[in-house]
Write a protein that binds this ligand. Structure first.
Ligand SMILES: Cc1cc2nc3c(=O)[nH]c(=O)nc-3n(C[C@H](O)[C@H](O)[C@H](O)COP(=O)(O)OP(=O)(O)OC[C@H]3O[C@@H](n4cnc5c(N)ncnc54)[C@H](O)[C@@H]3O)c2cc1C
Length: 374
């Protein structure tokens, strides 16, 4: 490694109070929360890529806090206490996003969240779930059936449509950009294109090392989500790739809102008159347990079939061939538990990772939690 000049050592690479690795939603909300709570503390965010290259810039832009079947499945797996705690965090996180940013700054649209169900089992529990969520959402009916909207949105192969009026969509890129602006305004510093490859901790400080830099700090927050195992061994965390396709403009598109199907394994929404569709990871779990940012023919093919059969069916849109204008993937972090890992892992290091599939809403609250811990 080359030696730093005195100018570099006293500016870009000087010691900070807190370094945060990763400029995704978690890293940025954390940086902001720390500066708000401790305005005198110096905070530096290091990001490996020229623009953040994690799930935050490659997701579907749902502003959601949980579909009916997902909440039921979570409650069966981890009990109602933990499930409701997570739902509350996400719900409050969405509230915080709306409090910090004007809707037109981030294309926030409370267009409604919907879930397609083709068997009625989950509906037997809808009253119970609504009752439990009442203290969080303030609504008697967070979830209710919207049969008329099946035709209104032009959906095929849909027996029941469950609506949640408190969910919506946003523009993840704009939210991330606005967050970076807010961080700049709050005095947070950034080093982009600076991958941390090693961490060394002593009694006096903790040091992050990149290929051509090393910087010391008093505290370190690791907010690299699915990529955390590169820096922190033995985490209960596996990468889970999510693939997406985006159509070109669809004339007379009926779809409007954010939609889930199959316990959240498929998700789709409109962006103006285009359709964004993602998921199908459950069709090839093994190969999608990867941190490689590719797309695969198998998953994209499943998505295309779903697009034609459910979202843009021939009986409504005719035999048109819809152009797919974009295909991409992003990497989520999953584990044996749904809850994120927000833990002090050594005297000076805190880990805030494993945000699974609803990190847009979770990250603002995780930022607050970490600010309490540093
Ligand atoms: C396809 C897809 C669709 C999704 N859809 C939604 C959705 O609609 N709504 C929702 O709420 N959630 C969604 N999610 C989940 C959500 O995007 C994530 O939970 C959230 O973005 C996680 O944010 P994060 O900041 O923790 O992680 P990330 O956004 O992954 O950020 C981690 C950052 O760390 C950086 N980094 C990694 N290693 C290093 C290193 N060694 N040194 C420096 N920097 C490093 C990465 O480049 C990255 O920028 C989706 C995820 C995917 C993949």
């Amino acid at each position: 490694m080359r030696n730093n000049s005195i100018w570099e050592s006293e500016t870009f690479y000087r010691k900070r109070d807190i370094i945060i690795i990763g400029a995704g939603f978690t890293g940025l909300w954390t940086a902001l929360s720390i500066r708000e709570k401790f305005p005198q503390k110096t905070v530096l965010v290091t990001e490996r890529a020229s623009v953040p290259k994690g799930a935050s810039t490659r997701n579907a832009g749902f502003a959601c806090f949980g579909s009916l079947t997902e909440i039921i499945a979570d409650s069966e797996k981890m009990g109602w206490g933990k499930t409701l705690e997570l739902v509350r965090m996400r719900f409050e996180g969405l509230g915080k996003i709306q409090q910090y940013f004007q809707p037109d700054e981030i294309d926030f649209d409370l267009c409604g969240g919907y879930e397609i169900l083709n068997d009625g089992t989950a509906l037997e529990k809808i009253d119970d779930v609504n009752r439990r969520l009442r203290t969080i959402t303030g609504l008697d009916q967070t979830y209710f059936l919207s049969p008329d909207k099946i035709a209104e949105f032009g959906l095929a192969h849909t027996k029941f449509l469950v609506e949640n009026p408190l969910e919506g969509s946003l523009h993840s890129g704009k939210l991330l950009q606005k967050l970076i602006e807010r961080c700049h305004d709050a005095g947070v510093e950034f080093l982009f294109g600076s991958e941390v490859v090693d961490i060394q901790e002593t009694e006096e400080s903790v040091k992050v090392l990149g290929k051509d830099f090393q910087i010391e700090s008093h505290r370190l927050v690791i907010a690299t989500n699915a990529f955390a195992p590169d820096l922190v061994p033995d985490l209960d965390l596996v990468p889970a790739r999510g693939q997406i396709l985006l159509t070109g403009p669809v004339e007379n598109l009926k779809l409007k809102g954010t939609f889930h199907f199959d316990e959240g394994f498929y998700y789709f929404r409109n962006i103006g008159n285009r359709v964004l569709l993602g998921g199908a990871r459950n069709m090839d779990f093994e190969n999608e347990q990867t941190a490689e940012l590719d797309t695969s023919g198998l998953i994209q093919n499943h998505l295309e079939i779903f697009l034609k059969e459910v979202i843009l069916p021939a009986e409504i849109y005719g035999d048109r061939n819809f152009r797919i204008l974009g295909r991409w993937s992003g990497i989520m972090a999953m584990g044996s538990e749904k809850a994120p890992i927000v833990e002090r892992i050594t005297e000076r290091q805190i880990c805030a990772v494993r945000l699974s599939g609803m990190g847009v809403a979770l990250a603002p609250k995780i930022g607050e939690m970490v600010a309490e811990m540093v």
